[in-house]
Write a protein that binds this ligand. Structure first.
Ligand SMILES: *[C@@H]1O[C@H](CO)[C@@H](O)[C@H](O)[C@H]1NC(C)=O
Ligand SMILES: *[C@@H]1O[C@H](CO)[C@@H](O)[C@H](O)[C@H]1NC(C)=O
Ligand SMILES: *[C@@H]1O[C@H](CO)[C@@H](O)[C@H](O)[C@H]1NC(C)=O
Ligand SMILES: *[C@@H]1O[C@H](CO)[C@@H](O)[C@H](O)[C@H]1NC(C)=O
Ligand SMILES: *[C@@H]1O[C@H](CO)[C@@H](O)[C@H](O)[C@H]1NC(C)=O
Length: 572
């Protein structure tokens, strides 16, 4: 080849190049890629070497075969989004066999031709998200043997013909969220042995048929949240051994059958909140890698022994906003890694001693918004690294010294919004608050009763506050309290804390009306309402006694004797 010829070829190539690479108005071009935004119609000149074309926010209403003829053989990626597109004509992609990815998202499309994708045998990814597609046409996918990614979410599909996905034997992601699917056939996912992600959330599914996941041996993520599922069969997940994420929140699950999660060894995420679960028990969770378990907004009324025993890697357990009134002693048995347990907004009135005892990693306990009126001795036994314990908005009238000693190991204790009763029994709390100003916000811990101390900051209460009331009523009060609560150990509180002891001494010095020694010290500081109640009780008993006596007087002598005894028990 001589020189002039070479030059000629070079020049020819250059001119060809400039013609070929003329970038359409309103588009950006880079190498063989074109990005168009805001066009009012399909560009008339598109380079025949184009591999990728991307339209957004364009006023293109219809797409037809002629639009693509110049570049269809080189085309690999075609995307149209945020566009008013209403129609794609038959044959548009027929001469684009090298297409790798195709997407129509956020358009006005309501339907697509049956055979639109028939020649796209190399298609890897098809994204039809967020259109207005109404009917799923099984023939769309019949030749897409290479498809790995299919997104059909956010359309208006109401059903899935059973054979629709069967040709997609290498599919890895099937995204079908946000439609209105009510029912799936047992064989809908048949043969999808490479599927890794299946999203069916935000539909109207009421169940998932038994066996429908049996071919999905590679499944890693299954999203079923935001449906209307009422029950799941115990063997539904028996073949999905590789499942790592399972989302079931916001359904209508009433129970979980025994055995349902026994065979999911690498499951690390599960969501079950916002259901109607009434019970859970051992035999539901098998050994798995779960670190967080969210069960809030269900209807659990109790937590049974060993329910979570297999969840040895669990770090967070959320049981808030249920109706839990009872927690068995070994309810949290086995949770060696548990760092936080959330039990707030339930119906808990008391806890068992030892509930938290086998939880060496426990840091945070939230118990706020319950009805806890007392805490058992040793309820924090074995918890060595306590961070925050939240007892806000419970029914605690006071806290005895032993409990306060246990709480001292926490970094933070939230105690506000309890009906603190500022009588002598509040003294241990008062001194604890003073001793540990960094653990609780003192200004928020205030008396609820008696009335004249309502709203007073407990840590700032003076000894006189305890002297100023209760003493005049002491005689009446004492005689009743002693009998109503015979089991109350009278002297302990006044001896275990120096502050309490001092006050007790001065108080007993201030009121000598009573006759009973130790027992009375405990009882002087109560409010008037109890006396009124007592008077009412006594009056009622007398009236009842009179009535019953009258009735029985007419009966035999044995009856009279019984009544006498009962009468005595009630009043004294
Ligand atoms: C879309 O295009 C219209 C004009 O056609 C323009 O006013 C609007 O700002 C564009 N929106 C975006 C997000 O580009
Ligand atoms: C723990 O998992 C095994 C299966 O590996 C199961 O048999 C057992 O019932 C589970 N235990 C509890 C307490 O759920
Ligand atoms: C405990 O609670 C604190 C404060 O809310 C938080 O920073 C910490 O991460 C929690 N620790 C654990 C183990 O959950
Ligand atoms: C206190 O707890 C009760 C019962 O859970 C709840 O109804 C109420 O809203 C809570 N109060 C506040 C102020 O959070
Ligand atoms: C205690 O609570 C009050 C009222 O919410 C707040 O203003 C104050 O900053 C809190 N103090 C501390 C130490 O957190």
């Amino acid at each position: 080849m001589d020189l002039p010829l070479k030059l000629e070829v070079l020049l020819l190539l250059c001119s060809f190049h400039t013609v070929v690479w003329a970038c359409p108005d309103g588009c950006l071009c880079h190498e063989t890629k074109i990005l168009c935004n805001g066009l009012s119609g399909f560009p008339t000149i598109v380079s025949s070497a184009t591999t990728t074309i991307y339209f957004s926010n364009c006023s293109i209403y219809s797409l037809k075969p002629e639009d693509l003829t110049d570049f269809s053989h080189t085309l690999r990626v075609f995307v149209m989004k945020d566009t008013v597109l209403r129609e794609v004509r038959t044959g548009t992609f027929d001469s684009a066999p090298n297409m790798d990815a195709l997407g129509f998202t956020t358009t006005e499309l309501q339907d697509l031709p049956e055979k639109l994708f028939q020649n796209l045998q190399n298609l890897n990814s098809l994204n039809l998200k967020n259109n207005k597609l109404l009917v799923l046409r099984p023939n769309w996918f019949s030749t897409l043997a290479e498809l790995k990614y299919l997104d059909l979410s956010k359309n208006l599909f109401t059903s899935v013909p059973v054979e629709t996905f069967h040709p997609l034997t290498v599919l890895q992601n099937l995204l079908f969220s946000g439609n209105n699917i009510i029912h799936l056939h047992r064989e809908t996912f048949k043969g999808l042995s490479e599927l890794k992600i299946l999203r069916l959330n935000s539909n109207s599914l009421q169940e998932l048929p038994l066996g429908s996941l049996d071919d999905l041996g590679e499944l890693e993520e299954l999203s079923l949240q935001d449906n209307l599922i009422t029950h799941l069969h115990q063997d539904l997940f028996s073949k999905t051994l590789k499942l790592q994420k399972l989302f079931l929140s916001n359904n209508r699950l009433r129970s979980l059958p025994q055995g349902i999660f026994l065979n999911l060894p690498i499951l690390s995420k599960i969501s079950l909140y916002e259901n109607q679960l009434e019970s859970l028990g051992p035999g539901v969770f098998g050994p798995m890698a779960l670190q967080e378990l969210w069960l809030y907004d269900n209807k659990l009324s109790r937590v049974e022994d060993d329910t979570f025993r297999n969840l040895t890697q669990l770090r967070l357990l959320v049981l808030s906003r249920n109706q839990i009134s009872s927690i068995s002693t070994r309810a949290f048995g086995g949770l060696e890694q548990l760092g936080e347990v959330s039990l707030h907004t339930n119906l808990i009135t008391t806890l068992q001693a030892g509930t938290f005892q086998d939880l060496p990693s426990l840091v945070n306990i939230s118990l706020e918004h319950n009805f806890i009126s007392s805490l058992p001795l040793g309820f924090l036994q074995g918890v060595s690294n306590l961070g925050q314990i939240d007892l806000q908005n419970n029914s605690l009238p006071n806290l005895p010294q032993e409990i306060l000693d246990a709480l001292s190991s926490a970094k933070e204790v939230l105690l506000q919004q309890n009906p603190w009763r500022c009588d002598r029994d509040i003294l241990p709390l008062r001194s604890w608050l003073k001793q540990h100003p960094s653990k609780a916000n003192q200004t928020l811990v205030v008396c609820e009763t008696p009335f004249d101390l309502n709203g007073e900051v407990i840590a700032l209460l003076e000894d006189e506050n305890f002297l100023s009331f209760g003493s005049t009523e002491a005689p009446v009060w004492t005689s009743t309290e002693k009998r109503k609560k015979p089991q109350t150990p009278p002297a302990r509180r006044s001896t275990s804390s120096p502050v309490a002891k001092t006050t007790a001494a001065s108080e007993s010095g201030g009121e000598e009306v009573t006759s009973g020694g130790q027992g009375e010290k405990d009882t002087v500081s109560k409010d008037n309402s109890i006396i009124l109640i007592l008077i009412a009780v006594v009056a009622t008993v007398i009236i009842i006694t009179v009535i019953v006596s009258c009735v029985c007087w007419r009966k035999n002598k044995r009856g009279r004797g019984n009544i006498g005894r009962r009468n005595k028990n009630t009043v004294l």
